[in-house]
Design a protein around this ligand. Structure first.
Ligand SMILES: [Zn+2]
Length: 332
């Protein structure tokens, strides 16, 4: 393993410019996140050939030619990140079937089927990427509901200096559930493969790898509250106390079907979050809003602390990363 000061930490910038490549006319250019947002809504065109996002072979983000991760010799020196709900990622002797009930095993088709499924799970590659990609990943998983309310951990990952890096980079190889088979991404003799991200920190490079490529990890539970932007939590809690206790009657005659009107507290929460959201990069706003949705079972204070903790992971990343400095180094 390298000495700590031999590792390279990249500047963290959720709003940095992105490189675009048109699949139709091969034009390459640089845009900001606002441009990509308008592009996604078919409000921008390729400067080369005029197509919108609706065209076949339409432009997509591509790698930044100056990305330090493109140089093989940098890959093991860069600091990488990962978010997981597992407190001991990457879990040694991982048994994906351990938590299955007898009933689930039966529903999956019996023990042989479960064993085959577990084998496929163990064959999956691990992923590490930029800090930004790790946070994008966490928000996507909370937004997808499956991990709503679960504790997340942020991992800082140091690779072994001897890792063999696959030439070039792959196009985001994940299937629709984000799985990559390790042997496909990293054939024999290769330890890590770079791939271009389309969804998490778009345009950034992540790595698919096996656990043997990792030298050590450090981790913290997130979200982490260390910074309460000018007393936002107390203000938010005060606003909840002033919120009406019953929902206003629905106005108008439009049938609302079975959908219930949001409670006064969740309406208040949405108002409070909307103000914070304006300060975030445009490609994180809807995920942030979904991740911070209010649940009437929550105490306003707990919810407010959670919201500010999530906010900190995006607006104060250097402080979050610095918190990792004091954590125990776990050697694999
Ligand atoms: Zn074009």
């Amino acid at each position: 393993m390298l000495a700590r000061d031999e590792y390279l930490e990249r500047p963290i910038d959720f709003s940095r410019q992105r490189h675009m490549l048109c699949g139709k006319c091969s034009h390459q250019w640089v845009v900001d996140l606002g441009w990509i947002d308008r592009w996604d809504h078919a409000l921008e065109r390729c400067p080369g050939c005029g197509v919108t996002c609706e065209a076949e072979m339409a432009p997509r983000v591509t790698v930044d030619p100056d990305d330090p991760a493109l140089r093989d010799e940098n890959v093991a020196r860069l600091v990488w990140y990962h978010t997981s709900t597992q407190p001991d990622w990457p879990t040694k002797h991982f048994d994906p079937a351990a938590g299955l009930t007898a009933q689930t095993r039966q529903m999956m088709g019996g023990d042989n089927r479960v064993a085959q499924w577990a084998e496929r799970q163990r064959a999956k590659a691990l992923h590490v990427g930029t800090y930004e990609a790790a946070i994008h990943n966490m928000l996507r998983r909370i937004d997808g509901q499956a991990d709503h309310g679960n504790q997340f951990y942020l991992y800082r990952v140091h690779l072994k200096p001897t890792v063999v890096v696959r030439d070039g980079w792959l196009i985001d190889p994940s299937n629709f559930v984000g799985d990559v088979i390790l042997d496909e991404a990293c054939p024999p003799g290769v330890d890590v493969a770079r791939y271009l991200n389309y969804h998490e920190d778009p345009g950034g490079l992540s790595l698919a790898l096996g656990p043997t490529a990792i030298a050590s990890t450090q981790s913290i539970a997130i979200p982490l509250l260390f910074n309460d932007h000018p007393g936002w939590i107390a203000t938010a809690v005060g606003e909840f106390e002033n919120a009406p206790t019953t929902s206003p009657p629905l106005i108008g005659s439009r049938p609302v079907g079975r959908r219930r009107a949001p409670s006064p507290k969740s309406s208040k929460a949405s108002e409070l979050v909307a103000l914070l959201t304006q300060r975030l990069p445009v490609n994180l706003r809807s995920k942030f809003e979904a991740a911070t949705a209010f649940d009437d079972n929550l105490k306003p204070e707990d919810w407010s602390r959670y919201v500010m903790g999530i906010m900190n992971t995006i607006v104060a990343p250097e402080q979050v990363a610095a918190t990792l400095d004091g954590e125990i180094v776990r050697y694999l």
